[in-house]
Design a protein around this ligand. Structure first.
Ligand SMILES: [Zn+2]
Length: 789
């Protein structure tokens, strides 16, 4: 075992902490910001419309070009000229909103470990919404959502679509065909919001509060993006990201044909075993040339925070997005409210634990190449290592580092997009979406022979987990007396199905552990109906994948789309090559998508490929069949297909609510139990403990539980310099007595080297639930003042 040589510390660059000081208290600041956001969207819209009318009375047409420089057009509002490389004009909008669900007492989603239950918050979770519309035909548009969640989901998507329908005619333009709900694949968020039974087993069922936080926040991000829709330009570029991913199933990857792999093997550092390319789409508004957002795609698992972490965060993608957005505070190239989406890509066989998988059994050996097992023949001792694995911080330092390794090249590319980017051209903004039942779907391969997919099933290696999270699921320990066994498992274990001969043959060579696709009691365990969706703007095509495509699966899928798009001449100009990206896991969660060759190896990714060896081929077939709907002249949509079940109101739940909160005798909520010291050096870890209450009483969405405040000596006001969105500020909650209802909150600031001198304090906002009436009342706590030198 490796022990930490120094106390855990998040390495933070100084320049990312720039914050606007408003001088207002946090509560009023949040209300003020929310109000301003609503108002400014409206006022800006009116002003902008007026400005356009002023210099071009036929607004709805084009901005006035005032000259052409070197293949670029300089456009302007009559005063401030700015350069834009040639590209088509679109309607663009971005928005961001808080989706942080219950941060305590809820099982976390990703590692499928009943013991991994939230105990606090390291970083708030967000939904980031990107809307792209056709400038001439504004009904042709799509929404791409990036949620800091493990995946997109059927129930969540139903909730978002219902919410949009309830927003009235302004939002009737959004529907099944043009809303993509993707997740960053963070394994550090609260769970209990998924539609199907399997992930609900470890979370003890479904939790409406957890679900609603995601749906409501996603909707709010969409309405924000919608209300700031405005004309603008898109450009796409790519860069290499090194040191942020490796292939965790190289043995399976090597089963793919050698000549195919050789085509992607360019250098030692970029040997093709994972994709090192990050693709960036930049959103620039026409009004003044300022950028309003970026959307990036790069594959690496959201498993930097390890399975023993119990603090909610957006994992490495959450770090990258936060660093990017905060780095542009006050930057002249970026508009206020700039949104950076770090979307997941062909994530299936990638790992952010780039130092590889090692046996923690005293042998000092790497896990076996073939099975990721250790000296005892089992996988439980095999653990993947991030860059700072020696620090005993549940992966936090490695997570920050892997986030930074994505942020830095993305930022460098952003700054040089004028040279490295390609303008998006062509007026077409199109999308399609279908549901398709994958059980027993027969379709032709390119050689003409017919193959069939099967009702979903999981193989034996699924239970073994991966080196990022060994031993997932508790299935073999189905002992009702085991304290950690899920009560859901006790209810449903009797429904486990013995697969038929035909089902076994269909999944061959996968040995079936769980025949999930053929059990409908008490309701479906995993989806049989999948989402197939592609979005398209100009030459950019976004394959929206419901499963975790492996590196080679993603490549085959994207290549097929690029070739078909070229042969159908879908780009408006033959001179422009299609650019294809893959985003997911999205819309539903259909586990993994391995190639047939990887499937034959049956490591975790192959064992978790739900519909048999031809799962990937089926997805590609369905995608290509529907691709003509993206043609510029298309004004029809494919048939929607069979709708999947919505289990929001019929899911099992053994999750209990907050009973009540009480302060200890002679104390009140918010009282300081352990205060700060009088002085610290910048870089020190600073903490205070308060008499607390259960944070599930109020999610404080768009607000904060914790803050670091600094005294502004000129005004005498306390100004918030860190809040729940900051990686370095940690909010921990602990129940101290079930019977008495007492609890405590510890707020920890891992202060950064280079933080300015001055006077600081820690501020806590809580909400308690009263014993009798169950009424919720808010309270505050303040630490003593401390000096940072
Ligand atoms: Zn995964």
């Amino acid at each position: 075992m490796d022990k930490p040589s120094s106390p855990p510390k998040a390495a933070a660059p100084e320049d990312v902490w720039l914050r606007q000081d408003t001088g207002r208290s946090n509560k009023s600041r949040v209300v003020w910001i929310a109000l301003m956001k609503v108002l400014s969207g409206f006022v800006l819209g009116v002003l902008f419309y007026g400005a356009l009318r002023h210099f071009n009375p036929s607004f709805g047409g084009k901005l006035r070009y005032i000259g052409s420089v070197d293949g670029e057009v300089a456009a302007g509002d009559g005063g401030n000229a700015f350069k834009i490389r040639k590209g088509s004009k679109y309607l663009l909008g971005v928005g961001k909103a808080d989706i942080t669900g219950p941060v305590v007492e809820i099982n976390m989603m990703g590692y499928a470990d009943t013991k991994q239950v939230g105990s606090g918050l390291r970083q708030r979770l967000f939904s980031r919404a990107f809307i792209i519309g056709d400038h001439e035909r504004p009904d042709d548009r799509f929404v791409y959502l990036v949620l800091d969640t493990q995946s997109g989901d059927t129930a969540v998507r139903y909730g978002i679509l219902e919410g949009l329908a309830n927003l009235g005619s302004d939002y009737s333009v959004y529907g099944q065909h043009n809303v993509a709900v993707t997740g960053t694949h963070s394994h550090s968020g609260p769970g209990a919001w998924l539609n199907y039974l399997l992930p609900q087993i470890t979370s003890k069922g479904f939790d409406k509060q957890s679900y609603k936080a995601i749906v409501d926040g996603a909707l709010l991000s969409i309405t924000r993006a919608h209300s700031n829709l405005q004309p603008g330009y898109l450009s796409v570029g790519s860069t290499k990201v090194f040191g942020a991913n490796i292939n965790r199933s190289l043995y399976a990857y090597l089963a793919n044909p050698e000549d195919e792999r050789a085509g992607y093997n360019t250098t030692n550092e970029d040997d093709g075993s994972v994709e090192k390319t990050l693709t960036l789409l930049k959103f620039q508004r026409a009004l003044d040339g300022k950028n309003i957002g970026v959307l990036t795609w790069f594959p690496t698992h959201g498993t930097s925070m390890l399975g023993n972490n119990t603090l909610i965060s957006g994992d490495n993608k959450g770090v990258a997005a936060d660093l990017f957005e905060k780095s542009l505070n006050g930057d002249e190239t970026a508009a206020k409210g700039f949104v950076a989406g770090f979307s997941q890509a062909s994530v299936g066989d990638t790992s952010p634990n780039v130092l590889g998988a090692w046996c923690e059994d005293g042998t000092g050996r790497q896990c076996s190449f073939k099975n990721s097992t250790c000296s005892n023949g089992k996988s439980q001792n095999c653990h993947a290592r991030g860059p700072y694995f020696r620090r005993n911080d549940n992966g936090a330092s490695s997570c920050f580092e892997i986030g930074k390794r994505q942020f830095e090249p993305a930022k460098a590319l952003y700054q040089d997009m004028d040279n490295l980017g390609t303008p998006i051209t062509g007026s077409s903004v199109k999308s399609f979406h279908i549901f398709h039942d994958m059980s027993n779907f027969s379709f032709p391969l390119s050689n003409g022979s017919y193959v069939t997919t099967c009702p979903a099933a999981l193989g034996y290696s699924f239970a073994a987990g991966t080196s990022d999270g060994p031993g997932a699921f508790d299935f073999t320990q189905n002992d009702p007396n085991t304290p950690n066994a899920s009560p859901v498992w006790r209810v449903v274990s009797g429904f486990v199905h013995e697969p038929s001969k035909a089902q076994r043959a269909c999944h061959y060579p996968k040995p079936i552990l769980l025949d999930v696709g053929e059990v409908t009691s008490p309701y479906l365990w995993t989806p049989n109906v999948v989402d197939v969706q592609v979005l398209r703007v100009g030459q950019l095509f976004v394959v929206v994948s419901p499963g975790e495509a492996t590196t080679m699966s993603g490549r085959r899928w994207k290549k097929a789309v690029a070739e078909e798009a070229s042969s159908l001449a879908l780009s408006d100009s033959a001179a422009v090559d299609p650019v294809v990206v893959l985003g997911g896991p999205a819309n539903s969660y259909t586990h993994y998508i391995a190639t047939p060759e990887e499937y034959s190896v049956q490591r975790y990714e192959g064992a978790s490929t739900l519909y048999g060896a031809y799962t990937l081929n089926a997805y590609i077939y369905l995608t290509l069949t529907n691709l003509p709907y993206l043609s510029p002249s298309s004004n029809t949509r494919p048939k929607p297909g069979p709708f999947p079940p919505n289990n929001v109101n019929n899911s099992l739940s053994f999750i209990t609510g907050v009973v009540f909160d009480n302060p200890p005798i002679f104390k009140k909520f918010g009282d300081v139990k352990t205060d700060v010291q009088h002085s610290y050096r910048a870089g020190a870890t600073i903490s205070a403990v308060f008499v607390g209450a259960n944070p599930r009483n109020n999610l404080r969405l768009e607000q904060t539980y914790a803050a670091i405040e600094k005294l502004d000596s000129s005004s005498g006001r306390w100004v918030i310099i860190r809040d729940d969105s900051d990686w370095s500020l940690i909010f921990k909650w602990k129940r101290t007595s079930e019977v008495l209802g007492t609890s405590e909150v510890e707020i920890v600031w891992e202060s950064e080297e280079g933080t300015g001198n001055g006077q600081y304090r820690i501020h806590y906002w809580g909400d308690s639930k009263s014993v009798g009436s169950g009424a919720i009342s808010s309270f505050e706590g303040l630490s003593g003042t401390f000096v940072l030198t």
